[in-house]
Each structure stands twice: as C-alpha cells, then as structure tokens.
Design a protein around this ligand. Structure first.
Ligand SMILES: [Zn+2]
Length: 148
C-alpha cells in the first residue's frame, strides 16, 4: 500500500454524523492522510429513474482531489447509483484516475453502527480498487464481489 497517498474524502450535499470516525478508521486502516470536504450542490449526472450514473461523479472528484493536493478521491453520496450494465451499484472506482464513489442509499440501517460498518467496508472495497486489488472469492474478504 503506497504510504504517500493523500485522500480527499468528499461528501456530496451533507456530511454524515460519523464522518470523522470514517476518516479516522480509513486513515488508520489504509495508512492514508485524509482531508474531508463537502460539496453542497450535486454536480449534474445522467438519471435512470431516481438513480444516477455513478461514473458521472468521478471527473469532478478528480478535479477536486487535484485542487486539494490529493492523489486519491473518494465521494460519499446519498443517491442510489447505477452503471449501464447493472440495476444498481454500491459504488464505483476508476483505478485509472484514482477516484471512487460510494452510495449509502442501500447501506442505511436503523442502527447507526451497522450503517457505519457497511459504509466503511464499502469505502475500503472501492479504495482497494484504486490500489488495483483484484476481486476475491472469499466472502469474508473486503474485495469479495458485492456489486462493486
Ligand atoms: Zn468492486
């Protein structure tokens, strides 16, 4: 795992209550320096019903990461996401431009701790893609295929 990577953790529209806990866990687990930002206005994205096209958020994440001096960008969004070939995705990563997005639309639980654990797992999974980790067949592995 590269040691000198800085990550921009960008919250779209609202910062979740456990944002700083998420930052702390990701920083410790992945040995990253992390900066949190919020983008209050959602960038335009193609829609399919109420869903938005996940890949439309990656270019803005690249721009914002670069202007924040970060090599990696991870967006967190409330909206449900899709890609053309799948009904929905939990997230999407582009190892090429080192950006990823995670939706918590399908991760929400009435138990905030459960929501947090799901979100953390999904974030680690997408960041794993940025470090070019392959999928894993072990269902206990964070790189197990879970609709990205
Ligand atoms: Zn994946």
């Amino acid at each position: 795992m590269p040691e000198n990577n800085d990550l921009l953790l960008l919250f779209f529209q609202e910062v979740l209550p456990f944002a700083s806990k998420l930052k702390k866990e990701l920083a410790e687990y992945l040995k990253l320096k992390i900066r949190i930002k919020v983008m209050l206005k959602l960038p335009p994205a193609k829609r399919r019903g109420q869903q938005k096209l996940a890949s439309d958020f990656l270019p803005i994440l690249l721009t914002l990461s670069q202007s924040a001096g970060c090599q990696l960008g991870l967006g967190i969004i409330a909206d449900d996401l899709n890609v053309p070939a799948l009904n929905f995705v939990f997230g999407l990563a582009s190892p090429r431009i080192k950006t990823a997005i995670v939706s918590y639309y399908r991760l929400l639980s009435t138990n905030e701790e459960v929501t947090f654990k799901r979100l953390l797992t999904e974030c680690v999974h997408e960041l794993g893609h940025l470090f070019n980790l392959p999928y894993c067949q072990n269902s206990h592995c964070v790189m197990f295929f879970l609709i990205h």
